[in-house]
Design a protein around this ligand. Sequence first.
Ligand code: ADP
Ligand code: MG
Length: 701
Amino acid sequence: MTAPHPIQYVKGVGPRLAGKLASRGIRTAQDALYFFPKGYEDRRRVVPIRELSAGMTVPVQGKILSVQGAGRGFRGPRVLEVVIADGTGRIVAKWFRFHPSLLERFRVGETVTVCGAVRLFRFMPEMHHPEILSAEESSDPVHYGRVVPVYPEVEGVPPRILRKIQWEVVQRHASQEVECFPSGILARVGIPPLQESLASIHFPRDDADAERFREFSSPQQRRLIFGELFALQWALALRRAGTEREEAIPLPWDREIVDEIKRRLPFDLTGAQRRVVNEILKDLGKPHPMHRLLQGDVGSGKTIVAWIAAMVAWRHGVQAAVMAPTEILAEQHYRRFLEQSAGLPVRVTLLSAALPPKEREAVRRRIRDGEADIVVGTHALIQESVAFRNLALGVIDEQHRFGVLQRASLCRKGRISLHLLVMTATPIPRTLAITLYGDLDVSVIDEMPRGRIPVRTKVVTEDDRRKVFEEIRKEIARGGRAYVVLPLVEESEKIALRDATRTAERLREAFPGVGVGLLHGRMKATEKEETMGRFKNGDLQLLVSTTVVEVGVDVPEATVMVVEHAERFGLSQLHQLRGRVGRGTRPSTCFLMTGGEQGEEAAARLSVMERTADGFRIAEEDLRIRGPGDFAGVRQSGIPDLVFADLVRDASILHQAKEIAAELQREDPSLSAPDHAGIRRFLAMRDTAGGGESPAPSSRD
Ligand code: ADP
Ligand code: MG
């Protein structure tokens, strides 16, 4: 790597543009080199107008037949329309806002080349605001006669100028980059060296397959993707190797405790539950910490698995901690654990933020003195003031609600390494799980308890509200209960709160005689608990709630759910919400209410929910539509944002990277072989977030 070259000194930049580029994170020529195109246009061939179809973005060339829109007063139409004909057809180029000087570029009878996205208007092709390619440029290698890059917008830098800057950068600096992977690895993955890759990604060669560049599947793009995924897999392999060396208290099961647990099961375990219990018990018996992720769709029955693990810990006289993301959920687990352990000398304890200070202190004391065996709680568990006597097992429910740091804080509560079971109902697609939880072993409950009736889901609009309310009325009359869920707009919790309060009032009017409750994030824990309790016991039959009911809440009598503004939710989140109904033996319905302008598009997206109840399929769909960044937990997972790589699109490279990282870690963990010096340098550079293949400027917008 050479010394950084300030962007200001790149030909054509200067102080003003340098400032604009800097605000996008581009400060050096090297930053610019890693600021990649978001798309490509194939401008190698002028396309006859007759061959145009909507959606193409290509150059066309022809004679100017007319120029209209010029000179009309400022009340007249401000649209500039230039009609161009090439002997095969006509096309209209339109500008809706334009500088008067633009007019001077068009003279009737002259030849012009324009390039833009083709649309059809009354069967006539048009282009809006196309790029004008002047005659001199037909030999210009930057904008014309090639596959040209289209960069993400940089405010204050016109696209053509940006393209020219990038051209200069690539000409001078691409070849100075140093490849870090040995040629053997490049050959194995089928990718060219870094220098060539960088040059081609910006300005594909003449023989390039434009389509593959557009799909980010060209070998040159794969080279950069590979680098990023390799670094990720290397870091994960390291973490994993670390836990294998640590020690933990072995907690082997024995006949007696297993029989005791079996006698107490309120139902037969499903095959999947039995399988994951076996996996967990096997881990617990080892003198190394268990690090296991338990994935199971909403309602698949993860809680009982956690209870079994906690019972095994109790048998060994050590403490277990179960951490849940909300008070409601902690309280629910606590009650279930109490019931299932009734009659045994197991001291199940709830550490609730809702307790008065004095009692809370008493609970803390019991935890410290080892008078509490199984401790259930929220984040309160990982507070400074909480110390355990001999914590040996940690369970984190709804893992995606916690960050890695919180996971680590719980682990620190043990004297030596904890056995850790993290549970999640967010069905994380396999590819994403590998990266997010690459340091965890994964168990999956892929089977629902018998007798569950799938929830009928319907995407509805405001026009259907009468029918929806009718359904609610019927279910409540029958002894059922209903949820009405409102989105929480994070920017303005106040507005959300006002909406929730208003909705509750409106529903009280619409359903006279029905107990309507309100649940939102601003309420005190005690208030929430009380409301939830009244809903559970039937005192309230209709619960208006923000998304606090999303996780884990279990009220089997609830058979109807209405999600307001369903279009504002991610599909996976809707799936979680929907899991609050359909928990009993009666058929349930979930109405996804959509409204507003984007109605149709939203309905199309949401219709997936009508077609499938498979959380994994829904999650894949979500990942495809919204990308991994929006996935619960990804942002805070401690894993750097991926800039080039896309976990769905690049799954095959991800696996190659994993394989190669694992091999290297076995054969040369310190990367001290001369052949691996480059990789060592590359990884070190990424760690310090220096230049090079680090995701400095984001080229995704
Ligand atoms: P989740 O995986 O979403 O946390 P829970 O553990 O809350 O699911 O279980 C959902 C419901 O299913 C609970 O009412 C629980 O008692 C019940 N349940 C769990 N496992 C079984 C089973 N094997 N057979 C019948 N019901 C079960
Ligand atoms: Mg749960």
